[in-house]
Design a protein around this ligand. Structure first.
Ligand code: HGA
Length: 608
């Protein structure tokens, strides 16, 4: 969350910075701002709302200069107003952008006020720029002043700092928030995500925790947390995976929904043979699979729902106990870790602050090993985990996760089968599961064929304020995910329940105004689910049923039926996800909300 960009070049950098912000807008869109350094000083534009509002300011008044920093904000401290927008200034010619949270900002603010500093914003960020300004009074080097100031901060940050007195460099740093250096020819950059810089370079250096970087026209000098100079490797971005273009689609979310057959195929590629899961996908040494006796899965949001599905798979296929927990809870409690427990994290971006904190805590708790299922190979989560299984979904831009979720499920299915093989799954069963996985992209494709039908259903949700999602077994987490998707992008209040829980409370909510979305897999729970549906119908509720034809369900007076392809039961959670994604997308379009950038949210939750 929050995106920062910094640039120094022989050319004017304002367009580079603004383009970078547009590419980072998925990280936050409460406000945006730029500070440009030129011969006359450091000048800035800031605007509330999206980057377009900032662009409009530029068209009124051009700002030119060869060094600058920029920011798109997802507010944590202080409302999304212009005075809280970054960059923040101290002394008129020192400007700073920040991603993260400074936890000790209150005492620092008091100290700085006592020294005469006047605060212009409500943000935690502003203390950093005044601290640096204060340090510069005794320490003329900008680099040293930044290092001295960062030592006083508690919390998480990625920052960029420019100062007019020293117009040959800008300084950037990271601890707990992502930051990457983009290396050019006689120009250098930093950004929260390499996507922001693909229009100017494909060479990147991924900074480590605590790194401070001195960026000049022709040099990037990195110091670690102890102040020692370090060489960090440069990696080259593979442009074939750049997916920042919407193509023929109106929204990124729809493009990403339609990409699912392709990316699920990419997730499976090289990881299954004719009849086996190839355990080499976990790295050279897959010996850990044999030793696993327990699994702890830790994740947030949509990734947490993927983890919940995996619990059903792991316990059913491998017979191993598995617990699933949201990272923001896990990280703050005392966790009992049984012998030989695998610690498994899930995150699209690999920068989710709570998940990273959970991983760091887990490392001291005696787990067997740590495995990250993640979409971004260069992410902190991947770098800090012992083992990684990449989801290969390509860049996901829509804030509401779609293809990242179904590829996480695919990767979790591979993992579950690999663990199950060490725990009594027969070669025949493995082969059948691998066959099912191979057919998954085609089933997802046929689930997408219901798009037009679902679009029509969506009209009926235009005036709804609430919705209830029901599922049983591994479909319960899918109901949770469906309700999350609807909340996120259409702002309709939605809840999900295991269908058997209905009579223990939520049935009281059911009336003719309440749409009830029911996921009906074709398994031994079918009759039980049909009874739950009768309970709803008897109270006048309108049922939206997603099921395959063999369930014998169809359109009726109070049932709106949507066909989902009939698949092997292990694939049902993945295939049933597709119509729910389409439903929330079309409802959001009908309601006219901002599909790709829903209010109050941002992708890549890099703050706690
Ligand atoms: N705390 C700062 C930056 C917020 C942020 O990084 N969000 O992701 C602010 O509120 O401006």
């Amino acid at each position: 969350m929050c995106g920062i960009v910094g640039a120094i070049a022989r050319r004017n950098v304002s367009k580079i910075l603004i383009e970078g912000l547009s590419r980072l807008e998925y990280r936050g869109y409460d406000s945006a701002g730029v500070a440009i350094n030129n011969e006359e000083g450091v000048f800035s534009h800031r605007a509330v709302g999206k980057v377009q509002a900032l662009k409009d300011k530029f068209s009124d008044q051009l700002l030119d200069g060869k060094m600058g920093i920029a920011h798109t904000r997802w507010a944590t401290h202080g409302k999304p107003t212009e005075s809280n927008a970054h960059p923040h200034f101290s002394g008129g010619d020192l400007a700073l952008v920040h991603n993260g949270i400074i936890e000790n900002h209150e005492p620092l603010r008091l100290e700085l006020k006592a020294k005469g500093y006047v605060f212009q914003s409500e943000t935690d960020t502003e203390v950093i720029v005044h601290l640096i300004h204060d340090a510069l009074k005794v320490e003329p080097s900008l680099l040293n002043a930044v290092q001295a100031s960062l030592a006083k901060l508690e919390g998480a940050f990625a920052i960029g700092v420019v100062q007019n007195d020293d117009n040959e460099r800008f300084i950037a740093a990271r601890k707990g928030s992502p930051l990457v250096v983009g290396v050019g020819i006689e120009e250098n950059f930093v950004a929260s995500d390499q996507l922001a810089l693909l229009h100017v370079t494909d060479q990147f250096i991924f900074l480590e925790e605590g790194d401070v970087v001195d960026v000049t026209l022709d040099k990037v000098t990195i110091y670690d947390a102890q102040g020692e100079q370090q060489d960090r490797p440069v990696s080259v971005f593979n442009h074939s995976i750049d997916a920042t273009d919407k193509g023929e689609f109106r929204h990124y979310m729809m493009k990403e929904i339609y990409e699912q057959p392709k990316v699920i195929r990419a997730c499976l590629e090289g990881r299954i043979s004719d009849n086996k899961v190839l355990t080499s996908c976990f790295g050279a040494d897959s010996g850990f699979l044999k030793q696993i006796e327990n699994i702890h899965i830790v994740a947030c949001g949509t990734s947490y729902h993927a983890g919940m599905v995996a619990k059903y798979w792991l316990e059913e296929l491998a017979g191993l106990p598995c617990s699933v927990e949201v990272a923001s809870e896990y990280r703050y409690r005392k966790v009992a870790v049984p012998k030989n427990t695998l610690f498994l994290t899930l995150s699209q971006s690999g920068e989710t602050a709570d998940t990273l904190a959970a991983l760091r805590m887990a490392k001291s708790l005696g787990y067997l090993t740590t495995l990250a299922i993640c979409n971004v190979p260069s992410s902190t989560l991947v770098r800090e985990s012992a083992l990684t299984l990449l989801t290969n979904a390509g860049a996901e831009i829509g804030v509401a996760s779609t293809k990242a979720f179904t590829t996480q499920l695919t990767a979790l299915l591979l993992t579950s089968v690999a663990i199950a093989v060490e725990n009594g799954l027969s070669a025949q069963e493995e082969s059948a599961l691998v066959d099912a996985m191979r057919s998954l992209p085609a089933y997802v494709e046929s689930a997408l064929a219901e798009d037009e039908h679902i679009k029509k259903i969506a009209d009926r949700f235009a005036n709804k304020h609430n919705a209830l999602f029901l599922g049983r077994g591994a479909m319960f987490p899918i109901a949770l995910e469906g309700s999350l998707k609807l909340k996120e992008i259409s702002y309709i209040h939605a809840e999900a329940y295991p269908a058997g829980e209905l009579k223990h409370g939520p049935l009281a909510l059911v009336d003719e105004d309440m749409p009830i979305i029911t996921l009906v897999p074709h398994n031994d729970m079918l009759d039980k689910l049909k009874s739950n549906m009768q309970e709803v119908a008897a109270r006048g509720g309108e049922l939206y049923v997603f099921a395959d034809k063999d369930t014998d369900l169809h359109n009726e007076d109070n049932i709106v039926f949507t066909e989902v392809p009939k698949v092997d039961s292990i694939l049902e959670p993945i295939v049933h996800t597709i119509p729910l994604q389409l439903l929330s997308y079309h409802v959001a379009v009908v309601k006219g909300t901002d599909v790709d950038q829903p209010r109050n949210l941002a992708k890549s939750v890099t703050v706690e």
